[in-house]
Design a protein around this ligand. Structure first.
Ligand code: SAH
Length: 252
């Protein structure tokens, strides 16, 4: 059995209880060493064989899983944050399926949510944005043609931009070209939930320069949108005049 486990954003206490149980009982652990905090492996069995997938290609990863499976061992495949976001798990699951090897996925806390927590902000503010776009910039790997940042910007949704802190200047240009005002607030969260976490706040106009001055080059998320500002409406859910399934509203 191969279990894909979301390791969370960094803080070992943000690993799920289920994920920790899988890691602690695994015979073989393959973890994405470029981002996963090795401290989440602290409870692993002494006898566990541990591989860092940053140094392996897909064939090598599958080979380790296949070998473990043939010996009846349990494998934990540990990805950063939640494996469903830029985790490249689909290609592994499909290979395992074709080999007849059973697998399962345990979700994790994405850095998208660790960043919101660090900022103490809500991505979905009433009347400001009720939609969140997870995306990235076109870098060494291309974007599908209908998902250019400039096109996505048209929605003025909350945007959480992964893997792109090295291209902030270009990112700001594209978002402005897509219709965001230059004064739209932006925050860059470096290593959310790690002890070295840093937040740089600015606007589309000045964020690139501020981040450059801060020295942040990777492991950061960029969040963009008016949800970072001060204007919004109160929620209906907790409005005392609004009736819900659980609570009768009082007319004033
Ligand atoms: N599956 C992961 C994302 C993997 S892509 C998740 O759900 O978080 C790798 C990118 O995620 C990094 O380039 C960076 O943009 C972001 N990232 C991962 N961990 C981070 C953290 N602790 N703080 C800020 N950004 C992080």
């Amino acid at each position: 059995m191969i279990t894909f486990v979301g390791a969370g954003p960094g803080d070992p206490e943000l690993l799920t209880i289920k994920g920790k149980k899988i890691i602690d009982s695994a015979d073989v652990i393959i973890y994405a060493g470029s981002l996963v905090n090795p401290a989440i492996l602290d409870g692993a069995k002494k006898s566990a064989r541990i591989y860092n997938s940053a140094e392996m290609n897909l064939d090598e990863v599958i080979e380790v899983m296949k070998d473990a499976e043939s010996k009846g061992l349990r494998t934990a495949r540990v990805h950063t944050g939640d494996p469903a976001i830029y985790g490249a798990i689909r290609e592994q699951i499909d290979r395992l399926d074709s080999l007849g090897i059973e697998s399962a996925v345990v979700p994790g806390v994405s850095s998208a949510f660790a960043a919101a927590a660090a900022l103490k902000k809500e991505y979905t503010l009433p009347d400001i944005s009720q939609t969140v776009i997870f995306t990235r910039m076109e870098g060494r790997t291309p974007m599908p043609p209908r998902e250019k940042l400039q096109d996505l910007a048209k929605h003025h949704a909350t945007m959480v931009i992964f893997l792109s802190v090295g291209f902030l200047e270009e990112m700001s240009h594209q978002l402005i070209a897509g219709g965001y005002a230059e004064k739209t607030p932006v925050a860059v969260v470096y290593k959310a939930s790690w002890p070295e976490q840093k937040i740089v706040a600015g606007t589309l106009k000045d964020i690139a320069k501020k981040v450059e001055d801060s020295g942040i080059k990777k492991t950061a998320l960029t969040v963009v949108g008016d949800f970072l500002g001060d204007g919004y409406s109160l929620s209906k859910l907790y409005d005392k005049g609004f009736t819900t399934e659980y609570r009768k509203g009082t007319e004033e």
